[in-house]
Ligand binder design. Structure first.
Ligand SMILES: Cc1ncc(COP(=O)(O)O)c(C=O)c1O
Length: 362
């Protein structure tokens, strides 16, 4: 028996997701390559998680994440209370799983799924897994959605805003014009919204085909606990609830997210700090005559004069135990994506960039 003969035929050309580099946890790195939150969860949140390590681990977790959804309404989406109700919310094991459940509920093999390039690398991977036809729309050289997008047809479109890797948000006027004409679901991935001032949430009540995703991995320092959410019309949410695995969000993940929302004020202050640090790092880079895209996220995209120079900066950072994100895609070769670190980490990063600039740029 050859096991490879047993593999699904539709997966013969499938290319799995490539993970961001994970350094040896026993070595001390400044890790700015995967847009995690640089800060540790607040002590009060950690204490609540620790206190929850008890006999309840024996039981299955709440399959509907009821307490978390209530807290989302009362603490996170307070200003939208008139339009978002409990049945407009679904929680999953990270927003990667939200994407997976969307496909499971709405995409048949052969359906057209539209997304943009460059954007988050998970969309084409999940599309391949479900046998969807990926229609990839190239962003302009300023990383903007091109004209004529409202003419595009498909079963689902995924818009990342702020976009990974540019950090730029998509204005609601564009999202609205797409929602009006697109004959399928319009999904806005707002993984980085906590560092931005633009959100499509207010459009949910106006467009029944719109769904907005959020995650606790970035704004709430909980990448490891895997909490992703989706806000949409209750019918969309119900279809997703019907196909998701029953116990997809662990008890400790729910406890972590609940505790974070109870202390949301601490996170709001943290977001302000990260935004201020983002401005400092951006200014520092611009002083070195480097182009930095205007970011609404917890990372920045820096353009170097050439792919070779980008590689030199990447290597020099690595030599100094700083991990940043470099790309192999042709159109991104001269770019480096850098997560915003803690203030002291950002100082070291800028110092390495200054010294490298002296060496490699005329
Ligand atoms: C745009 C975007 N969406 C979703 C995710 C995944 O988030 P989660 O950790 O909630 O699965 C990421 C992670 O980097 C991302 O960049």
């Amino acid at each position: 028996l050859d096991i490879s003969d047993l593999k699904r035929k539709s997966l013969l050309n499938y290319k799995p997701y490539t993970y961001g580099e994970q350094p040896d946890p026993n070595e001390k790195w400044i890790k700015l390559n995967t847009n995690e939150n640089a800060y540790q969860p607040p002590q009060i949140v950690l204490d609540e998680i620790k206190a929850a390590v008890n006999e309840k681990l024996r039981l299955y977790p709440d399959p509907t994440c009821l307490e978390l959804r209530k807290l989302l309404l009362s603490k996170y989406f307070v200003q939208y209370n008139e339009m978002i109700k409990l049945d407009n919310l679904i929680v999953a094991n990270g927003s990667d799983e939200v994407i997976d459940i969307l496909f499971k509920a709405f995409i048949d093999s052969g359906d057209i799924v539209v997304f943009f390039n460059p954007s988050y690398g998970m969309y084409p991977v999940v599309a391949d897994l479900y046998g969807a036809k990926s229609q990839i729309i190239e962003l302009t050289d300023r990383f903007e959605i091109p004209e004529g997008i409202d003419q595009v047809k498909g079963k689902m479109m995924i818009i990342c805003s702020p976009n990974n890797p540019s950090g730029m948000s998509v204005p609601n006027s564009i999202i609205e014009s797409i929602c009006k004409k697109f004959p399928g679901l319009v999904v806005v991935d707002e993984a980085y919204e906590d560092f931005s001032s633009t959100t499509a949430i207010s459009l949910i009540s106006k467009y029944k085909n719109l769904a907005v995703m959020r995650t606790f991995s970035k704004g709430f320092c909980l990448a490891s606990e895997r909490i992703g959410i989706l806000v949409a019309n209750s019918q969309i949410v119900q279809f997703m609830m019907d196909v998701k695995l029953p116990y997809n969000v662990s008890y400790l993940s729910q406890v972590s997210a609940n505790a974070s929302l109870k202390h949301i004020e601490i996170f709001k202050e943290m977001h302000k700090e990260i935004i201020a640090e983002r401005a400092k790092v951006t200014n520092g880079m611009r002083k070195l005559k480097l182009e930095v895209l205007p970011s609404d996220a917890n990372f920045i995209l820096v353009k170097l004069p050439s792919a070779e120079i980008a590689m030199k900066f990447f290597t020099e950072c690595k030599v100094n135990k700083i991990l940043i994100r470099q790309y192999n895609k042709k159109e991104l070769l001269p770019y480096l994506r850098i997560s915003i670190g803690k203030p002291e980490e950002n100082v070291i990063l800028l110092k390495v960039f200054q010294e490298t600039a002296k060496k490699v740029m005329k």
